[in-house]
Write a protein that binds this ligand. Structure first.
Ligand SMILES: [Zn+2]
Length: 354
């Protein structure tokens, strides 16, 4: 057990400054970047955490080039994102069918960080009044103009409070929570924007999953979740988890409803600290990674998936016609692998191939 350290900035969920370092390097750039485990609640975060204005300035800088040019996502990206949307919708349907809640047939939905709009489009095609918010100007323009969707451009903290009277039956947020610096405030804002019977559907990367030693930690991700710390964060934000996937899955999926007494939910009776992030990082050695790649055949599956995606979009004329075929006919080529884990679609993580 390492000695605990004191963080520069407090944990944005439990407020503690007691930490244990997990990693000291940005996996994408090689620059110095301290990632720490909160000794009180087990949330992972970079330290110091940027302030909200610093975070927005960083994203503005990252996105600047895309403000100047039209953005047109590769059809392969649209296909993969569309399949992820189908998987997420399927997961939600399965949970609702098991009686954890109900979504009206003409529900009002909001997808936060809508990226190029595939989930919003699926919701619309399933009869919902579907909306989205996307901070990247090019992505938002693509969703609006190419797909004809109601996707507003802007940061969620600017756009959402403006929609004063609007209540949503479903708020979804895929691979966004790990980019925030104020997760609890954001979740409390959602709790005020959801209808009384409404739901919140969240997916984040599982920060305990096995990967290459330097793959997991980089600046675009400010927060790192285990299943336990994700559920604690939701409770702190005024939500009750009603369904979730497996703690070992590559991505963590959670369906939540507003807590009966949100005030009481803000401070859990006892935080459950954990060292799962540190133990997971200790397991990520190069020999273990190479052995896993050979044993699991993961690299081969990825290669085959890419080839299949290239084939599937051959002859397709536009993102619109691709999504229509996918969502109306459940387009799956013979032998095509089902979309597996939906990766991070945020532009800061994975720029589109053009
Ligand atoms: Zn904490």
């Amino acid at each position: 057990m390492s000695a605990s350290h004191i963080a520069s900035t407090p944990c944005p969920v439990c407020g503690s400054q007691a930490i244990e370092p997990i990693a000291r390097v940005d996996g994408k750039t090689g620059e110095t970047l301290l990632t720490v485990n909160c000794s009180a609640c087990g949330l992972g975060r970079i330290d110091p955490l940027p302030t909200q204005p610093e975070l927005e300035a960083w994203y503005t800088h990252r996105y600047r080039q895309d403000y100047k040019q039209a953005v047109s996502p590769a059809l392969r990206h649209v296909l993969r994102a569309g399949r992820n949307a189908l998987d997420r919708w399927g997961w939600l349907q399965t949970q609702l069918a098991q009686g954890v809640g109900h979504l009206p047939s003409s529900a009002v939905t909001l997808d936060i960080g809508a990226s190029s709009g595939e989930f919003v489009d699926l919701m619309r095609q399933r009869g919902m009044q579907a909306h989205g918010i996307e901070p990247h100007a090019g992505y938002a323009a693509h969703a609006r103009e190419t797909l004809g969707l109601s996707v507003e451009h802007g940061a969620l903290h600017q756009v959402l409070p403006r929609q004063a009277d609007q209540r949503f039956d479903l708020i979804s947020m895929f691979h966004v929570l790990e980019h925030l610096v104020d997760p609890v405030e954001t979740l409390r804002l959602f709790a005020r924007k959801v209808s009384p019977q409404g739901h919140l559907l969240i997916e984040v990367p599982n920060a305990t999953r096995f990967c290459a030693p330097r793959y997991m930690f980089f600046r675009a991700h400010t927060l790192y979740f285990t299943q336990a710390s994700l559920h604690q964060t939701l409770r702190a934000g005024g939500w009750s988890v009603v369904a979730h996937n497996h703690a070992d899955d590559d991505n963590l999926m959670v369906l939540a409803r507003p807590a009966p007494d949100p005030g009481a939910a803000h401070v859990p009776a006892s935080w459950q600290p954990g060292r799962a992030l540190i133990e997971a990082q200790n397991r990520r050695t190069w020999p273990a990674y190479l052995a896993d790649q050979l044993r699991s055949g993961r690299w081969l599956r990825k290669l085959r998936q890419r080839q299949e995606e290239k084939q599937a979009v051959r002859g397709v004329s536009s993102a619109r016609s691709l999504l229509d075929a996918l969502y109306q006919d459940e387009l799956r080529l013979p032998g095509a692998p089902a979309a597996t884990s939906g990766g991070c679609s945020q532009p800061a993580c994975k720029p589109w191939r053009r």
